[in-house]
Design a protein around this ligand. Structure first.
Ligand code: NDP
Length: 412
């Protein structure tokens, strides 16, 4: 997976930037892997820009005010502390990009798009080195009791050793996902807009629509940052290649692909299609926000929050933590969580589809994010349910009896 993911990033870049969206042509180009110039390489300039960006984000994370929030109980009974200032940091970052890049012209606003190849190659290299650091830190100086190793160092490098590695006031997993990965998603979208404007002196409706929906999704992510602390990524997955390298290298090319493709391959959208996709996309993004909030507020309010205007249908569950201590939890069986056990994933895919459909059907490439997301969330639903079944036992069986469908009511 680690070798394949690195190769895939290069192929996606080549298909998008060199081969006009043709995956077939990019795959054929693999034969020239050893030819100079066929594939991007890390550059000293990209190293400088990426490290400066990471340093600025770390500084903003520390100095921009934000509420302190506690994550959910870890298997060892700890609660990680976080500073919630992602929305403010994102707005500052976007405003700075617009002011210094677009208004004042202190740097070319399309620089990221124009240098995407060397940026991705550099991100991959720095990501691999960073994951070695995470592995060694987990082995030698873990930040909390929530860490563990298998007998296979390669697996531990891939999956991670620590649940919550920290450096000073910064929890590294949260920082990498929210202050590096999600932050650069927005910047790449802006850079694609700048590139298209530079090329044709106006913006096509297709890119505009895709960009509006992607930026709305990122804004939603930051508005829900407090709830994000309770997701699988933060509460259960360790800090390793799977989550951290992916946030730094996979996300910047795969998640942004519709915008990258549309920058140089615009499609004219009829106004009616524009409006339909806009409404569909906004509704899907609002739906995921609402579903995630329902679960989050239910637990925050100890079961008192109303769901769709009604008292919630609850299953009061018990489980044992890693020390064998009995703990209480609640499973919601109404609202979105009564439609299907992971209907939030369906809404997530619908939102991604809405910002990809403006790419039309000339190439498969822009759809790699939707295809990847659907496969990843399907696999994740199985992984999550296996974990929940083990954690909650008969309480989970009862939830499955009340809400029999996993993803789509009546279908699956
Ligand atoms: P969920 O938000 O579905 O959370 C799953 C966890 O919630 C379970 O492990 C369990 O945790 C708890 N839970 C499960 N069922 C219930 C219930 N009925 N009532 C209350 N709690 C329940 O999963 P994710 O963390 O995967 O996703 C979070 C959000 O992020 C989603 O909107 C998803 O679409 C999005 N996402 C986006 C991705 C992307 O790349 N674009 C990738 C992954 C997710 P516990 O042990 O606490 O009970």
């Amino acid at each position: 997976m680690m070798v394949g993911a690195n190769l895939a990033v290069l192929i996606f870049w080549r298909a998008a930037i060199v081969d006009h969206g043709s995956l077939k042509a990019a795959l054929a180009g693999i034969r020239q892997l050893t030819q100079p110039g066929a594939w991007p390489l890390p550059s000293a300039r990209a190293v400088g820009v990426i490290l400066a960006f990471a340093a600025i984000q770390a500084l903003l994370t520390i100095v921009v005010p934000g509420r302190t929030a506690l994550g959910p109980l870890t298997p060892c009974g700890q609660r990680q502390t976080y500073k919630i200032n992602g929305l403010a940091v994102w707005l500052i970052t976007i405003a700075a990009y617009w002011l210094f890049g677009i208004q004042l012209g202190l740097f070319p606003a399309a620089w990221v798009y124009d240098n995407l190849g060397s940026i991705l190659a550099t991100c991959s290299l720095l990501g691999l080195i960073f994951c070695i650091f995470l592995y060694l830190k987990g082995v030698l100086r873990p930040s909390s009791p929530d860490f563990g190793r298998s007998r296979n160092p390669l697996f531990d490098y891939f999956w991670g050793v620590e649940l919550h590695p920290s450096l000073g006031p910064i929890e590294l997993k949260h920082f990498v996902v929210s202050k590096l990965g999600m932050m650069c998603w927005g910047i790449i979208v802006l850079s694609c807009l700048a590139k298209q404007y530079q090329l044709q002196q106006h913006l096509n409706s297709s890119l505009l629509l895709s960009a509006i929906l992607q930026l709305a999704y990122i804004a939603k992510f930051y508005m829900w940052e407090r709830g994000y602390l309770g997701t699988l990524d933060m509460a259960h997955d360790r800090a390793g290649f799977y989550l951290c390298w992916a946030s730094i290298t996979w996300l910047p090319i795969v998640y942004t692909m519709p915008a990258i493709y549309l920058a140089e391959h615009p499609v004219e959208l009829p106004p009616a299609i524009f409006v339909v996709l806009l409404v569909l996309g906004v509704a899907a993004i609002a739906g995921t926000y609402n579903a995630d909030r329902q679960r989050f507020w239910l637990r925050e309010s100890s079961g008192m929050a109303r769901v769709w205007g009604k008292p919630p249908v609850l299953i009061a569950a018990k489980y044992h933590d890693a020390q064998g201590q009995e703990r209480n939890s609640q499973l919601l069986a109404s609202g979105w969580w009564g439609v299907a056990r992971h209907f939030n994933y369906v809404l997530e895919i619908a939102g991604a589809l809405a910002w990809t459909l403006p790419c039309g059907f000339r190439q498969l490439l822009p759809y790699i994010y939707v295809v990847y997301l659907a496969a990843m969330l399907l696999q994740r639903s199985f992984r999550d349910e296996a974990r929940c079944r083990e954690k909650y036992g008969s309480y989970w069986t009862e939830y499955c009896r009340r809400v029999p469908y996993r993803l789509l009511p009546g279908v699956f």
